[in-house]
Design a protein around this ligand. Structure first.
Ligand SMILES: [Zn+2]
Length: 138
């Protein structure tokens, strides 16, 4: 079963079925879940001011952005361990954003804007190649 498998899945054996999960997405879900669990268990009244939450979320997400972008632009190779670890931080960052006093609408808007920007930058290589700004040795 292929679930959220981009091109770099990890395979989990669940009874007799093989479950393929994207390494980074698995990290994100685990990181988010762990952070929320820690907050629920140990600091249920924990909250962050919006600006602090946004800044922290950005820095927690940065390793994942750098890993994805540099591998997408073929500047370096990444692997599933790195994807999973950076995904854990990214999930934690989203978890931190979830305990700010921002409205749900603003949280979703911020995550969507960051996601769209990163995807646009990641796909910019195709544009560069078409316009010959990017020298490719493929
Ligand atoms: Zn993924």
């Amino acid at each position: 079963m292929k679930l959220f498998a981009h091109q770099h899945w990890i395979t989990l054996q669940v009874s007799n079925k093989k479950l393929r999960l994207c390494a980074r997405c698995t990290g994100i879900v685990l990181g988010f879940g762990l952070l929320r669990l820690v907050i629920v268990l140990f600091a249920s009244s924990f909250g962050l001011p919006a600006i602090t939450g946004v800044i922290l979320a950005f820095f927690f997400t940065l390793p994942s952005i750098i890993d994805w972008l540099t591998s997408k632009l073929q500047l370096r190779h990444t692997n599933n361990t790195v994807r999973m670890l950076t995904g854990l931080f990214e999930g934690g960052g989203i978890g931190l954003l979830s305990v700010t006093n921002l409205s749900t609408y603003l949280r979703i808007l911020i995550i969507a804007l960051i996601g769209i920007s990163i995807i646009a930058i990641g796909n910019s290589k195709n544009i560069f190649q078409k316009t010959h700004f990017y020298k490719s040795d493929e």
